[in-house]
Design a protein around this ligand. Structure first.
Ligand code: ZN
Ligand code: ZN
Length: 607
C-alpha cells in the first residue's frame, strides 16, 4: 500500500511561515493498493489538493472515503472536493453512524445555504453514504476493521489490511485511563483493547496533538501526547509510527525537536520502532512485514480478552466442596491465565502453598467443620497474613480472616472479573445489585404478569421507540428483572433479549426502588468493570426508572442507554417518569386481561 499525506494539522488549518515544512492543511490521507484501489481517510482541507490531483489524472474516477468523525478538521474539505462535481464519478463515503442523524445529513449540515452556496444534492458525481458501526468489511482488495476511539464525538479508528501489509489510522483519540496516558500504569482494559486493535501494524498513523508536558491541562479534550503514542507503538509491535494531528501552535522547529527526542529515547531502549511526524506531501510505501496476523472479525476482538502478563505466572488455591462451583471457579481461573490448585485438607493446602505459592485462596463455607477451620488457619498464616482469602457462600457474614466474599450464584464473567481484581489487588469496579428483601413476592408478581418470554408487542415497542427519539439515545429497553437474568419486553437499538442479572444495571434500580442515572459508567465504581461497559454494548450512559406494580413490587425498569457519556436533567427525568407510568398502566391492563380470562381476581386488579 502507498500512503500519501495531504493534511497533517489538527483542529484548524494553520498555513504560515512556521508550519511550512510539516504543513498547514487539516487531515487528509490518500491510500492506494497495488491493484489501484483508492481510499481517502478524512476530509480536512488537504482534500482540496488531492481532488485537483485526482482530476488531472482524467475522468471516470471512483473511490472510497473513510471519515473518522465529523469534527470540522476532518470534513471541511468535502465541499471543495472537485471530483464530487464531475458527473459519472462514483464515490462511497463511510463514517460512524451518528445518534440522531445520518452521515449524509451531518455532512450536508456544513453545506447549508448560510455556510455554502451548493448543497450535496447538487454534486454531479453519484455518491453513496454508509453509516458504520464497529465491524469488518471489504473495500475491493482491502479488509477494513473499525473500532470506536475515545473522543468527545463518536469516532472510529480504521485498520486496513491489503497486499499483506497493515495500516492503522487512529484520529482523534485520547487514552481511556489518565494513568496510562501519563505512563504511571501499564496498558489494561480499554487501553489494551486499543493496543490490540493496532497490534502488528506496519504503519500506524496516530493522533499526537500534545506533548506529555501539555497533556495534564488538556485531559478530556480527546487527544494523545507524542510520548504516549510512541509507547503505544512499542507495546503494540508497530513497525513505523507517524505522529499527526499536529497542534496548530506547533512550529516546524518544535516538531523537529520533539521527534528527535523520541528517537533518542527509542534508541536508548534499543527499540526498532520507527517514528516520524506526518509531513504534508510525503508518501510512504508500506511493505508487507510477512508476519501480519489477519484480524478476522470485530466479534473476535470482543470475545478474547488479552491476559495481563502480570497474571500469567500466578496461581490460585481453591477449596470448594460443591463440584459444580469448584469447576466453574477452576475455569474462571484458567480463563484469566492463572493456574488453579485444588486442595481438600489443611495438610494438602500446606503442601501446595510450599510448592506453588498462591496469589489468592478461594474457600467455601459449605461445612464449618474442623477441617475448614484448619485450612483457614493455614491460609491466614500464609504470606504473613497478606494472602487474600475469598469465601464462597450464599450470603456474607462475620468471619475472621476473610478478605472478601463471593456470593452464589455467580456468572463466569463476574467470577473472572473478581478473581482478576483480587490477584492484582485492585479494586473491582463492578458491583452486583443486592437481592431485594421482598424477592419471592416480587418474582411472584412479575410472573403473574405473564410477560416473560413473550413476543415483542407494539404497545411497548411504541414507548421505547418514543424514548429513543425523545432523549436522543440509541437504545431504550423495558427491562424485567427475573431471578437470574434481566429480560427485555421491548428493546430499541439492541437485538439481545436478555443478560445475566450479575451485569444488570436495572437490578440496581429494582433493589433501590429509585431512578438511577449514571452519566459516565467508566467513572463509576459500581460499573466501570462491568462486561456490558467493557464489551458488548459498551454502555457509557444509563438512566433507569423503576416500574412498580400496585402491590408495591418493583419488577423492572424503563431504561435509556448510550455508548457515550451524557447529562440528564431534572426535566428529562420527569419525562422518563411519564413514559414509565404509561408502561405501568399497560402492565396493569394485561393483568386485568389475564384475570378476566382466567375468571379470578388478582390483588392488584383495579376493577
Ligand atoms: Zn481532529
Ligand atoms: Zn475531533
Amino acid at each position: 500500500m502507498q500512503v500519501q499525506f495531504w493534511g497533517t494539522r489538527g483542529s484548524i488549518p494553520k498555513p504560515g511561515p512556521t508550519t511550512i515544512r510539516y504543513g498547514g492543511n487539516t487531515l487528509c490521507h490518500e491510500i492506494r493498493t497495488a491493484r489501484g484501489t483508492l481510499v481517502i481517510i478524512d476530509c480536512g482541507t488537504g482534500l482540496h489538493g488531492l481532488g485537483l490531483k485526482l482530476l488531472s489524472g482524467g475522468r471516470g474516477l471512483a473511490g472510497h472515503i473513510l471519515i473518522s468523525h465529523t469534527h470540522w478538521d476532518h470534513i471541511q474539505g468535502v465541499p471543495f472536493f472537485a471530483p464530487f462535481f464531475v458527473p459519472g464519478n462514483e464515490w462511497d463515503i463511510y463514517g460512524p453512524k451518528g445518534l440522531n442523524q445520518s452521515l449524509r445529513d451531518t455532512l450536508a449540515g456544513q453545506m447549508q445555504h448560510t455556510y455554502f452556496p451548493i448543497t450535496p444534492d447538487e454534486f454531479g458525481a453519484s455518491i453513496r453514504y454508509h453509516d458504520l458501526l464497529e465491524g469488518t468489511f471489504e473495500i475491493d482488495d482491502i479488509r477494513v476493521t473499525t473500532q470506536y476511539l475515545n473522543h468527545p464525538a463518536l469516532t472510529l479508528g480504521y485498520r486496513l489490511e491489503s497486499d499483506g501489509a497493515t495500516v492503522v489510522y487512529c484520529c482523534d483519540h485520547e487514552p481511556f485511563s489518565r494513568d496510562v496516558a501519563e505512563g504511571r500504569r501499564e496498558f489494561s482494559g480499554l487501553d489494551q483493547q486499543h493496543a490490540d486493535f493496532i497490534e502488528g501494524a506496519d504503519l500506524l498513523i496516530h493522533d499526537a496533538q500534545y506533548t506529555a508536558a501539555e497533556y495534564p491541562s488538556k485531559v478530556g479534550w480527546g487527544h494523545s501526547s507524542t510520548e504516549f503514542v510512541v509507547k503505544l507503538a512499542k507495546h503494540a509491535n508497530v513497525k513505523h509510527v507517524v505522529l499527526t494531528h499536529h497542534d496548530p501552535l506547533r512550529t516546524d522547529v518544535a516538531l523537529d525537536g520533539s521527534v528527535e527526542n523520541l528517537r533518542d529515547r527509542l534508541k536508548a531502549d534499543h527499540s526498532a520502532v520507527l517514528v516520524s511526524a506526518a509531513t504534508e506531501g510525503e508518501a510512504i510505501e508500506v511493505k508487507s512485514s510477512g508476519a501480519v496476523p489477519s484480524r478476522s472479525s470485530r466479534e473476535e476482538f470482543s470475545a478474547t480478552r488479552s491476559v495481563k502478563p502480570a497474571l500469567s505466572h500466578r496461581s490460585v488455591l481453591i477449596r470448594v466442596a460443591d463440584v459444580k462451583v469448584a469447576t466453574a471457579l477452576g475455569e474462571a481461573v484458567h480463563a484469566e491465565g492463572l493456574r488453579a490448585n485444588f486442595c481438600s485438607s489443611a495438610d494438602m493446602a500446606r503442601k501446595l502453598i510450599a510448592q506453588d505459592p498462591p496469589s489468592l485462596a478461594i474457600i467455601d463455607h459449605a461445612f464449618a467443620d474442623h477441617n475448614e477451620k484448619a485450612v483457614l488457619d493455614v491460609l491466614r498464616s500464609t504470606k504473613g497474613g497478606e494472602l487474600p482469602v475469598v469465601m464462597v457462600a450464599a450470603r456474607e457474614h462475620e468471619e475472621k480472616g476473610v478478605t472478601d466474599w463471593l456470593t452464589t450464584p455467580f456468572t463466569d464473567s463476574y467470577a473472572r472479573t473478581k478473581i482478576r481484581a483480587w490477584v492484582l489487588r485492585e479494586a473491582c469496579r463492578w458491583i452486583r445489585a443486592p437481592i431485594p428483601e421482598d424477592e419471592p413476592a416480587r418474582l411472584t408478581s412479575l410472573r403473574a404478569l405473564n410477560l416473560l418470554d413473550t413476543e415483542p408487542e407494539e404497545r411497548f415497542d411504541r414507548i421505547t421507540r418514543l424514548a429513543t427519539a425523545l432523549f436522543n439515545v440509541p437504545k431504550a429497553t423495558i427491562t424485567l428483572v427475573d431471578e437470574s437474568r434481566q429480560w427485555f419486553k421491548s428493546c430499541q437499538g439492541t437485538t439481545g433479549r436478555e443478560d445475566p442479572r450479575d451485569a444488570s444495571f436495572c437490578a440496581h434500580v429494582v433493589y433501590n426502588r429509585e431512578p438511577m442515572i449514571v452519566v459516565d459508567t467508566l467513572c463509576d465504581e459500581r460499573f466501570a468493570d462491568n462486561p456490558l461497559v467493557l464489551g458488548g454494548p459498551r454502555i457509557r450512559f444509563y438512566a433507569g426508572y423503576p416500574l412498580t406494580l400496585d402491590d408495591g413490587s418493583c419488577i423492572g425498569t424503563l431504561c435509556l442507554l448510550d455508548a457515550r457519556p451524557r447529562t440528564f436533567e431534572e426535566s428529562d427525568l420527569e419525562q422518563l417518569r411519564d413514559l414509565a407510568l404509561i408502561i405501568m398502566e399497560q402492565f396493569q391492563s394485561s393483568t386485568v386481561e389475564v384475570a378476566r380470562r382466567s375468571g379470578q381476581g388478582i390483588g392488584y386488579d383495579r376493577q
